[in-house]
Design a protein around this ligand. Structure first.
Ligand code: SME
Length: 164
């Protein structure tokens, strides 16, 4: 599962397989923390060249770290701050090929060089963000952004069952 080699020889992620695995792992489970923790473990294990994968969850207009895999990270991020805060505030996916070029980037792990952050939005309401970091420049492309947005939809669907 996970990776396949594209024509050019580079590793690309099989997001169909990843989403199917996540669906299977989360089947019947609606506890948000259980779903976030399982997704973080799956993403960290299956994505190549990643040094952090996890969630920041919205609490009282602030992002607070949730389940993750990787080095200990900063615990609280204000709305609009860093890549995570920007994704949360704009409700848009942030694809950052070089974190040193991103004004206000928060360096939790000095090895991180590129980053992908996707907001979790349920019924128009922000739940938090999924943050994935890589030690390589330009690790993530539009295919990864699209694939991770699909992963996020799988998670949000599960969490929504509990909220309704
Ligand atoms: N780099 C993020 C902070 C979180 S850590 O990367 C885990 C940011 O700028 O929002």
């Amino acid at each position: 599962m996970g990776q396949v080699h594209a024509t050019g020889g580079e590793l690309v992620t099989d997001y169909d397989a990843l989403c199917s695995s996540l669906e299977a792992l989360l089947e019947g489970e609606h506890d948000p923390i259980a779903c976030y923790a399982t997704a973080a473990a799956l993403l960290y294990g299956e994505l190549h060249d990643v040094n952090w994968a996890g969630f920041y969850l919205l609490q009282d207009d602030e992002l607070v770290v949730g389940p993750y895999q990787g080095q200990p990270a900063c615990i609280r991020i204000a709305m609009g701050r860093g890549v995570c805060g920007a994704a949360a505030k704009s409700l848009q996916t942030m694809l950052v090929p070089d974190v040193h070029e991103f004004p206000g980037h928060i360096a939790c792990d000095a090895r991180s060089r590129s980053e992908l952050v996707v907001p979790l939005v349920a019924d128009g309401e922000l739940l938090g963000v999924l943050d994935i970091d890589s030690p390589s420049l330009g690790r993530f492309d539009e295919c990864d952004a699209d694939g991770i947005e699909r992963v996020v939809r799988v998670i949000v669907r599960r969490v929504l069952v509990r909220r309704r």
